[in-house]
Design a protein. Sequence first.
Length: 710
Amino acid sequence: MPLRLFLPILFCLSVLFSGFTLGSPLSLKRIGLEQGVSQSTIYAIIQDQAGYIWLGTGDGIDIYDGYSFKHLRHNPDDAGSLSSNYVKALMLSQDGSVWVGTLGGGLNRYNSQTGEFVRFHAEKNDETGIVNQDIYSLFESRDGRIWIGKDKGISVFDPRTNQFKHFVHSAGNPVSINIGPIRAITETTDGTMWFGSSQSGISYLAKGSDNFRFISHDKNASESLSDNAINAFHQDKNGNLWIGTEYGGLNKLDLNNKEITRYQQSSSNKESLNDSEVTSFFEDAKGGLWLGTWSGGLNYFDPNNEIFKSYRYSQANTSSISSDTVISLFEDQSGMLWAGTFDGGANLINYQYDDFEHYQYDPVLNNGVVDKMIWAIAEDEKGDVWVGTKKGLSHFDPSKERFQSYFRDGQCMNAIETIDIRSILPDNKLLWLGTAGGGLLKFNPQNCNVESYLHGENDQNSLSDNHARLLLKDSQQQLWIGTRNGLNKLDLATGKIKRYKLNSADPTTLLHNRIRSLYEDDDGIIWVGTSGGLSRYDKRTDSFDNFTAEQGFLSENDVRDIWKDKLGILWIATGHGLTRLDLRLQRAQFWYDKDGLSNNTLYNLLVDDKFLWITTNNGLSRFNRQTHQFSNFDISNGLQSNEFNINVALKSRSGYFYIGGVKGFNRFLPETLNNNKVAPKIDFTVKSEQTKNKYNRLFCTSVYNPRSLG
């Protein structure tokens, strides 16, 4: 019986996830053996007219509908089945046909009406056929002809006449095609056809000509092609022809003057191509080039500054690309980038959306933040970002996207005993660091000098506790230190410390000794969030005014973050809900998960012109301060986790927001999400429809979630 495939017609992939900015870690979904791929080697990827993704593997063809796979394989008892399971090339032609090049089975064309393949076999002494059973590449020229790269030369098939024309190497013919398997074919805008051999460089045919011309490597000429083993071609939007080679990296051919520029691996330049073999190309809408490499993962090339960035496989990071050997690239109709690998299946990459960049700990590649548990984040005077973790300090250069570790690894190793960094306050070229058990540190990153401020049991001029969780330098140049056992004020001029603690007999003292947040408003008033409520410091009396949930001022007494707007309204994140407190009117308003918050357990607040951004125990909530509506984001949008931590929120001078939690931190620009730019929730609805061929079809319906339209 002929092999038939009853597949739906509409494929919507754009909803799987969002969150990638060029230069940031990739937001991707791995699709491998566990998800139904028949083999880990993905040689070719296309999307058919019905919207389905076809993966060419070493074990036949896998067709993906967004949920599961259907498989097309060779059946020796079925003449309408695939001729060979070793699928090396796939191509969708202008008429909607899917063409399949195999090793050992020649050429196939799929008939979607019958579900059968038409085979083009090599017949001995038959020059009207395909001639060769090993097909390495397929390409359709603008005139509708199919060009077939074979083990020996090329064939051209004209669908209008069903005739083949063959070009093979002839030692006695100086204008015949170069020797070797043809692994790459393309047509440039002037109609020239280009052919890349695995052995002898490039052959090309001017439009209307049958006489080949050549470009090859010359070991004595640095301006020549870098290598004769050609893997891939791509003509960019500027008309340049890019050439991926097996041993010589990347080449750019200027078609106007025939000058070649080489881009090769350099151990001394971290911003160079990171591998000698380039296997595949994809050019995005901004003109950036994505490159598959044999051992360097996925590379991205920015042609404006000629800098490369690589994305590598890491066994410790399931969000990394599934293999360092990327051999095929394809963008689908929804704008998702597919990366096929040699030994790790496929990767579905959302590279377009400027949502949440995710930076995380990677012990294998050792190129990220020093630990996954993020406790603190702060920006210094240069615009660099410092990240406090459970296992040390990380310095992040946002312009270069690079990390440098301190204390446990990298710089200033063994400079301090306690490396659990809970708070950070940049102060000129120094850093104040609060630790979990090691007190307060004044740290100089330049020379690793450390000055410690510790708790002394009988010393009232010492810290009240060695767990220094929060730091605030006020407008009077006083340093406030919040600990798990009281508040401290350090006079930076004299070095004297004053303690503030709960005295249950005195209502003008703190409400609780566990300090949860510190904030100075535009009027210079210090607000202290505790586990017992909110305290306002009165510097004239050196005492506190207190506000609690029992008084009706707070949704809950565990005050995690505080912000006062221009109208004097206090916005307060608590351990149970969001509070809007108008002290002038003595009126409070509360919001909970039933009102649209993603979770009642809140951590931090960040503010832009219109919104409050609230980290919670179940993702990120965006709250419109005018309409009081929420939009929610979770791990599927690219967040590091749905769980965040207290004191890990930063609004940088460049406008980026930073938020962190249990699996690294995110960076994002709030304005990119401010125009209801929340990915629509897609409902895949299966509807049966009887057609004259009795095929079932799927329809994909886009349904907006009202809660996402804040």
